[in-house]
Design a protein around this ligand. Structure first.
Ligand SMILES: Cc1ncc(COP(=O)(O)O)c(C=O)c1O
Length: 455
């Protein structure tokens, strides 16, 4: 509980800092958790309390909080060349090497990378690339962007317009031309008696209808997360990408995989599009690209979009876009190391090894009378709380069930995230079996406490 004399860290945090995506009355009552350092998957607060971070920071700290190789890579690059940009035909050697590596580990036979500081900026960059392409290729009306309800693509004006969450109405968003299709969440959106195959076919038919209504030549791209992350960890319905990809291809509409969460191992493969077996035209990457040790985003264009953007840019001399921090050499050095440790030093292997235990733990918690669905892929999952399991009726929103569960977990030394009425788990890739047991034990205890209070 913060005091009013500004003596505590919590009061100082509350007085001078503005939190994003935070229930402010709760934080005002409970106080922020002010952290000092981390060890492996644990973080420590100013009072020395230890928390197992079952959310890998914000999905990104996949190698834990004290990986020596990442800190060393950063230090070596700071010592050699501490910063540079990627404008005017100049670029750090480390960044050149990273682009090669990113194209090499991408699903593309060849391609090009454009760097940003965040996933939101990468999505904005992608949309500007497509708008630029449309005009350069004599199709200036090709501007609409299709995404899905519950898709999360970030917070800048374009990325927020892509995001299919109602809170963006508070900003008067989305901008015109950003269209949100249905969320392919069979458990919640499937109609009575509708099979999963029929549900998927309905999602595909909707896409066909939207294309027919809007006109294929007005649509610049369809952008989708392989598994929706911040919208509630929602894997696509069975066969979803196999149903929609050919439709997009037939209409000449690029399919872009927003891999900010799924990319670099989260779903058990390097990319979510590998896990769901589809080939995108471009990839948006961030988060695990540096294991969270540096802010970085990237647009990775496949061969066709690379060639077209190159030609369009040459026709007007340049692609007039970029951030001061784009392709930062320290970020690049960290990313080279992060991708190496994920792919070659056992982190992805550990994701694969731990996934059956993670799924078993989720299934066990789904036995709880107030958990309606346990869903996920690889090391990302969500448990959906319901007041009534057979009818899938949610709890009254003023009960703030998921916030209470997350707060109770925090009190017991476990960080996990409330999302709607779900609790999200996305542990770091370095987690051990014993730490996973600790995570499920603490969460299970919190569920018992909170459900006893609200029922
Ligand atoms: C799929 C996806 N895209 C984009 C973003 C935005 O990334 P950032 O927060 O780095 O701007 C996020 C963030 O969580 C994300 O999950």
């Amino acid at each position: 509980m913060p005091d009013d004399n500004l003596n505590s860290w919590e009061s100082r945090a509350d007085a001078f800092s503005f939190y994003g995506f935070t229930d402010l009355p709760t934080i005002h009552d409970r106080g922020a958790v002010v952290l000092t350092h981390g060890e492996g998957p644990y973080v420590f607060d100013v009072h020395g309390r230890k928390y197992l971070d079952a959310n890998s920071g914000l999905w990104n700290m996949v190698a834990g909080f004290d990986h020596p190789g990442l800190a060393e890579a950063a230090k070596a690059q700071y010592d050699r060349f501490p910063g540079y940009h990627a404008f005017f035909g100049r670029m750090a050697d480390t960044t050149v090497t990273l682009s090669e590596m990113l194209v090499d580990v991408s699903p593309f036979s060849r391609g090009k990378v454009f760097y940003t500081n965040s996933g939101s900026e990468a999505n904005d960059t992608l949309v500007k690339m497509l708008w630029f392409l449309g005009r350069a290729e004599g199709q200036p009306e090709r501007r609409k962007i299709l995404t899905r309800i519950n898709g999360y693509h970030g917070v800048t004006v374009v990325a927020a317009s892509m995001t299919g969450k109602p809170y963006n109405e508070l900003f008067g968003l989305p901008l015109d031309g950003f269209l949100h299709l249905s969320c392919p969440h069979y458990w919640r959106e499937g109609r009575k008696g509708e099979s999963e195959a029929k549900f998927t076919a309905r999602m595909a038919a909707e896409l066909e209808d939207v294309i027919a209504r809007e006109g294929a030549d007005t649509i610049a791209a369809f952008v989708a997360e392989p598994v929706m992350g911040a919208g509630g960890v929602i894997p696509p319905s069975e066969g979803y990408f196999q149903a929609i990809a050919p439709i997009l291809k037939r209409h000449g509409i690029p399919l872009v995989a927003d891999e900010v969460i799924c990319g670099f191992g989260r779903t058990g493969n390097t990319w979510g599009c590998e896990t769901y077996d589809f080939m995108p035209d471009a990839i948006i990457a961030s988060k695990a690209i540096t294991a969270g040790y540096f802010p970085m985003g990237a647009v990775i264009l496949g061969p066709e979009l690379s060639d077209r953007l190159q030609a369009a840019s040459e026709s007007v001399e340049e692609f007039p876009h970029g951030f001061t921090g784009s392709g930062h050499p320290v970020g690049s050095a960290i990313a080279l190391k992060a991708i190496d440790i994920i792919l070659n030093e056992g982190l992805l292997d550990n994701v694969r090894a731990l996934t059956p235990k993670f799924e078993a733990g989720m299934r066990e918690l789904a036995q709880h009378p107030h958990i309606g669905e346990a869903r996920g892929k690889g090391l990302m999952g969500a448990l959906e709380a319901v007041a009534d399991k057979p009818t899938k009726t949610p709890f009254a929103s003023d009960l703030s069930v998921s916030e209470r569960i997350a707060n109770t977990c925090t009190d017991h030394g476990l960080i996990c995230r409330p999302l709607g009425q779900a609790i999200v788990l996305c542990p770091p890739f370095i987690m051990t079996e014993a730490q996973m047991d600790e995570m499920f034990e603490k969460l299970s205890a919190a569920l018992d406490i909170v459900f006893a209070e609200v029922t």
